[in-house]
Structures are given as C-alpha cells and as structure tokens.
Design a binder for this molecule. Structure first.
Ligand code: LLP
Length: 427
C-alpha cells in the first residue's frame, strides 16, 4: 500500500489533498499517514509471527507523541534511548514495563529515574554501566531486568555513520568479554541479566548480516548455558530497510524468512526494534518553491524547507525522492528512482535557504518544470526527519500533521520566534 498517491494529477495522503494541507498548515510541514504507520507495524509483526515477537518501536526514528499513541494502540512496545524518550512513551500511554531502555551512555541519574518509573528492560552496553544498574537495583531493592548488548563484529554494509556492530564502533560488548559479565552478575538478587541485545546498523538492506549476527549470538547463548548462565530472551534490534527508491531493500517477509528458522524452537523470547521500516514511508516533508535561479552550470530550485528540517541529505548524502505536488505536466511519477528522466528536462538542485552548501534536499533531479509558489513533496521523510531537525540559522522547526480516520490534524504546531527565544529569556 502507498499512503501518498497522485489522483487526477494531485498528490494526496489517504485521500486528502496535500495542497489543501499546505494551505491549511503552511510549509514546511511534515505530513504523516496513521494508516501507513499501522500497516508497516503489522507487516513486520505478521512476518515474524511464528516467533510471537515483541515489536519495540524505535522512538528515535519519529518520536511525536501522537504517533507513539497510534503505535501503542497497535500493541507496540517501545525502544527508548534517553529518559526523554522513556517519558514520551509513558505520555503516549505505554506501560513502563513495555519500555526497553537502550543507549551507550545512560547516566546514573537516568538509570535511577528509569528504575523508579519501573522501566521493563535495560540494554546495558558496558561493564561500568552494568555495575551502575546493579547498584541502583540493589539500593532501591527493585528487581531490574537487563540484557547485554553484544557487539558481534559483523559488517552491516551500510553508511559508516550508521554502522554499529563492528568492533571499532562504540556500541555493545565484544562477545569474548561478555561471558565474564554474565558470570559476574549471575546470582545478583536484584539484577536479572537474562537477555542478549543486538543492533548492527541502520539500514541493513540485506539479510546476510542478520543471519551472521544471530548465528554468533546463538553460539554465545549455548556456551553461556553450558557455563550455568540462563538466557531467556534475544533482542535482534532494528535496521530493517525501507524503500527510498535508489537501492533495493529486503522486505519484511524476506528478513523473516532468513531469521525465523534460526530462532524458532530455541525457546527464547524474541524482540525487534524497528524504526525506519515503520516510519520512513509513513511521512513526507512538504515544502514550497521560493525562488528559481540559474548559474552557468546549475539550475537551482530554492525552497522553504532545508537541512534544518531534513538533515539526512547533508549528513549522509541520503537520497529522498522529490516531486511536485501538482506536476505542471500532470504527470505522476512512474517510480522513485534517481534515474527517472523527464524528456527535455534539465536537472535541478533543490536547495534550502540555510547558509551551508550542504543545505540541499536533492541534487541533479529531473522534475517537471516548477514555479515560485509550487509545492514539492520530499518522500520517505518519516524516519529521522522531524526528530533530527534543528533551529540552526534561527529557523523555527516545521509543523507536523497526521492524517487519520478523521482527516488531517496538527500534531505539532510550527515553532515561533518566542519558542526560539524561551530558554534564553528565562534565565
Ligand atoms: N535499535 C537501536 C539500538 C538503534 O540504535 C537503532 C537506530 C534502532 C534500533 C532503529 O533502527 P531502524 O530500524 O530505524 O533502522 N539517523 C540515521 C539512522 C540512525 C539510526 C540509529 N539507531 C538515518 O537518518 O539514517
């Protein structure tokens, strides 16, 4: 299913005209489809159904509380990486016991706060952190459940900034040293260290790295069992790809076909932490053309959205398909590849107003001719879009709109100059 479709030459989100949404809420604005969030959640859940998986939606990918509510209603648990994300999940109605608190640098204060809130599982990433979790558990005399994040030294074959499972990455604990930690905490009366956590990168577009990672983890679990340590759960992380249009990604059922047989009949509780595969194609960034400009070598389309709204192109050279909301030639795109050409068209760079040459949303794109005032849709922007936005150049963060059964509604108002100044005035 595709939430964003062209009908009679105009882009719509689940039947609602995107141009009307822009008129009502302004630009730049993120527009999300609640239906897409639900369907992507279910696709992954159903694909892994044989394992009775627990899906912990990775809050960091798109953290708006209204979206967390939508996923909570689907039965989702949550992967949080800061006490702020823990609180967001609680605000969305999640039970603390359904929250997994991960992250390489949780502070003692965050750990204490999360224990007090009754957070379900802590994914620990170092020996020192594990000691802090154990001492907070013992001091508060609360039973705390934890998993150890293993660094399996597997190449996820993704961007170097988002590779997390290689030995040189800061994440997790090397398999060899992990055994001593399981032994050390084996008989702790309050800390129950019974899980293995893995996450090797984002996105991981092929199944091979998952197979390698799970195989290594299962070998470790067998070895631990022979040493008297019981492991009852495995969290295989996130990283499942989403279709951006420039390179293929495995589907939910392809990931499951490779991973499920490895874990079936192992008697382990299985969790997944998907973010992007649920949120990326549930959202677009809507932006308006401000000016057109021609240099000797380039044609620029200057829009009101920028790297402060969507930093992925600047940070990772990420590809997001871009197309006019009302194409001047009436042509809906036939696919979302960078190669899609319009006969006779010259390529354009779609750039924002920020004072950086890296401030672009797309380079060398063949789009139908546009004019000042036209709207453009930047696709697959639901994941790591709004959440990574900033106020650089004193820009207000964009509005967010969720299209649900009752139509489009504002779920985050556009920031104002007063929002921007608040922390400086209140001193
Ligand atoms: N679990 C852990 C421990 C993670 O670190 C992440 C993502 C996820 C789950 C969710 O991964 P996903 O299913 O969304 O791929 N800003 C980058 C992506 C950074 C991912 C960080 N960790 C981007 O825009 O591509």
């Amino acid at each position: 299913m595709d939430a964003f479709k062209y009908t009679k030459g105009v882009l719509s989100c689940d039947g609602h005209d995107i141009a009307d949404i822009a008129d009502q809420f302004g630009t730049p604005t993120y527009v999300y489809s609640a239906r897409a969030f639900r369907e992507h959640y279910r696709a992954l859940h159903d694909a892994f159904a044989a394992l009775k998986p627990r899906l912990c939606y990775s809050i960091k990918s798109c953290h708006n509380v209204h979206i967390l509510q939508t996923l909570h209603e689907c039965g989702s648990s949550f992967d949080a990486v800061s006490i702020g994300e823990v609180r967001r999940a609680l605000e969305a109605g999640a039970n603390a016991s359904d929250i997994v608190f991960a992250g390489v640098g949780k502070t003692p204060a965050e750990i204490k706060a999360a224990v007090d809130l009754g957070v379900g599982t802590f994914n620990a990433e170092s020996a020192m952190e594990l000691d802090v979790i154990a001492s907070v558990a013992n001091e508060t005399r609360k039973k705390v459940r934890a998993a150890l994040r293993i660094n399996p030294d597997v190449d996820a074959k993704t961007h170097r900034h988002t590779t997390t499972g290689k030995d040189e990455n800061k994440f997790g604990i090397e398999i060899g040293s992990s055994r001593a930690l399981f032994q050390k905490h084996k008989d702790d009366p309050f800390l129950s260290l019974v899980g293995i956590h893995l996450h090797i990168g984002s996105p991981v577009n092929t199944v091979g790295p998952y197979v390698e990672m799970v195989t290594k983890a299962l070998e470790l679990i067998s070895q631990l069992e022979s040493e008297g340590v019981t492991i009852d759960s495995i969290n295989i992380g996130g990283g499942y790809g989403a279709e951006y249009g420039h390179q293929p990604s495995a589907t939910a059922s392809e990931y499951a076909a490779a991973i499920v047989p490895l874990l079936q009949d192992r008697g382990l509780k299985v969790s997944l932490e998907p973010g992007r595969s649920i949120s990326a194609n549930a959202g677009i960034l809507l932006t308006r053309v401000v000016y057109l400009k021609q240099s000797r070598t380039k044609q620029f389309v200057i829009v009101d959205g920028s790297m402060t709204d969507l930093i992925r192109p600047a940070l990772y050279d990420a590809y997001h398909f871009i197309w006019p909301v009302k194409p001047s030639d009436g042509a809906a795109p036939t696919n979302r590849t960078p190669e899609s050409r319009i006969a006779g068209a010259t390529p354009v760079d779609i750039v924002g107003p920020v004072c950086e040459s890296s401030d672009y949303l797309g380079c060398n794109r063949f789009i139908p001719p546009v004019q000042t005032g036209d709207l453009l849709a930047v696709y697959s922007a639901g994941a790591y879009g709004a959440v990574m936005s900033s106020q650089y150049n004193s820009r207000n963060r964009a509005a967010e709109v969720l299209v649900d059964d009752n139509g489009p509604r504002l779920i985050r108002r556009r920031e104002t100059f007063d929002d921007l100044m608040a922390c400086e005035r209140e001193v």
